[in-house]
Design a protein around this ligand. Structure first.
Ligand code: HEC
Ligand code: HEC
Length: 380
């Protein structure tokens, strides 16, 4: 079936044959006109007419058979590709940890270019929107989407995008509105990347959305496969401690993210970069990671770099404490404080900005202990 490249040759030969037959056929026209002037040759005229009709029939047959053959070959080829793809595509089951489809499979997709572009935008966001960004320079802070959505959003419990296609558009309490995938993507542009939103009709936005939809192919509508997003670290009975967290940070994080938390600048040669954890170049206070449970969940299953959900390197306490230390450091302010969570009773227990429906102080919403706060909202 790989020999489909010979098709141009086959079609050329076929066109040659058809053209030859048509020339013969029109020559016969002229010949019968000459013969018609002679009464004695009527029989020959009749035979020639037969010959001409069968030539037309032959031409028709040839064309029909060729088209049928080619479309048969094409659909056979598609069937082989489809079944090969199905045999390696992750199959959804509520019990199994979902794995991302192999990226090489995207090459046979009709949207291959867009998927590859979307993935690159996620993995190397700095190249497109960073200081010398190709699409729009200086539009974001010092992070890539991949800094937080590991392996371009394809790692189990690495804050992946497995359930994006299946669960959006969705009603979200943070904005109090129905959010589409582009709206949700722009949330991260404006908060986690502390930057400007993308035009929802831009090629960049279409590419990112197409990539996410491709990643979620096979996940049934509304399903959230196991391994989606982040792990939930069990709540502690005490407040998370920035002081204890500083010790964890110095011992297990500073080697890559720097003792000043600024990481290493992303070099132009694309070598592995260590992103900033606080300060002007990091996420702002409106970002998901500014909620302690999100940061603890991210860190528990993924940091120090190389840790995984099934091979974590921090205890639950270390994860909460180091998260408390990181989020106690300075960072850009919350850009949407006035409009987020229009219904304050929907604020998550670890949203560190009042006003609240409950009477726990802001500090407890930031560092815990969270059990009483969570219990307050569970009762209702
Ligand atoms: C600083 C870390 C960080 C960066 C950088 C970041 N995100 Fe996010 N993103 C998050 C967190 C945290 C969540 C919410 C996870 C949760 O609530 O479980 C999230 C959620 C999302 C979701 C929704 C996932 C879902 O299943 O609901 C999308 C889509 C998304 N991000 C896209 C992006 C894109 C695109 C970029 C780059 C332009 C980006 N993010 C950059 C941290 C980040
Ligand atoms: C071996 C180097 C290394 C160590 C050690 C390490 N990290 Fe990271 N960290 C990374 C890399 C690399 C990324 C970005 C991942 C990517 O781009 O693929 C990252 C990303 C992050 C992010 C999300 C992006 C951001 O800047 O906010 C957080 C949060 C984080 N690390 C926290 C920690 C914590 C906490 C520790 C210590 C427990 C730690 N890291 C230890 C290499 C490291």
């Amino acid at each position: 079936m790989d020999s489909l490249y010979v098709y141009p040759v086959v079609w050329l030969a076929l066109a040659g044959i058809v053209a030859g037959l048509i020339v013969m056929n029109s020559n016969l026209d002229g010949y019968t006109a000459v013969l018609r002037s002679n009464e004695l040759l009527k029989r020959q005229i009749l035979q020639l007419n037969w010959l001409r009709k069968s030539l037309w029939f032959g031409i028709l047959l040839l064309v029909v058979v060729s088209i049928a053959t080619v479309s048969q070959l094409l659909s056979e080829r598609n069937r082989v590709i489809r079944s090969a793809r199905e045999s390696v595509w992750p199959s959804y089951s509520p019990e199994k940890i979902w794995k991302a489809p192999d990226i090489s499979l995207a090459e046979t997709d009709s949207e291959a270019d867009l998927i590859a572009y979307g993935r690159d935008l996620i993995a190397h966001t700095q190249d497109y929107f960073g200081p010398s960004g190709l699409v729009r320079p200086n539009a974001i802070n010092g992070l890539n989407c991949q800094s937080c959505h590991l392996d371009a959003g394809s790692r189990p419990f690495g804050n992946n995008y497995f359930a994006v296609a299946s669960t959006y558009p969705q009603q979200r309490a943070r904005s109090g509105s129905l959010e589409t995938i582009p709206k949700r993507i722009n949330d991260c542009f404006q908060r986690s990347l502390n930057g400007q939103p993308l035009d929802s009709t831009s090629r960049e936005m279409r590419a990112i959305v197409t990539y996410m939809q491709w990643l979620g192919t096979g996940v049934p509508k509304d399903a959230k496969p196991r391994g989606t997003g982040l792990v939930e670290v069990p709540l502690l009975d005490r407040p998370a401690s920035p002081e204890l967290g500083r010790e964890v940070y110095v011992g297990k994080c500073a080697s890559c993210h720097g003792s000043d938390g600024q990481g290493l600048p992303i070099p132009p040669d694309g070598a592995r970069a260590y992103p900033p954890l606080w300060g002007d170049k990091s996420y702002n206070q409106g970002a998901g990671l500014f909620r302690l449970s999100r940061l603890a969940g991210y860190v528990k299953a993924n940091m120090p770099f190389g840790a995984t959900f099934d091979n974590p390197q921090l205890t639950d306490e270390e994860a909460w404490d180091v998260a408390a230390f990181i989020n106690s450091q300075p960072r850009p302010e919350h850009p949407f404080l006035a409009t987020d969570w229009p219904d304050i009773s929907k604020k998550p227990y670890d949203h560190p900005f009042g006003p609240y429906r409950d009477s726990f102080p802001e500090a407890q919403h930031k560092y815990g202990p969270f059990k009483p706060v969570a219990a307050f909202y569970k009762k209702k």
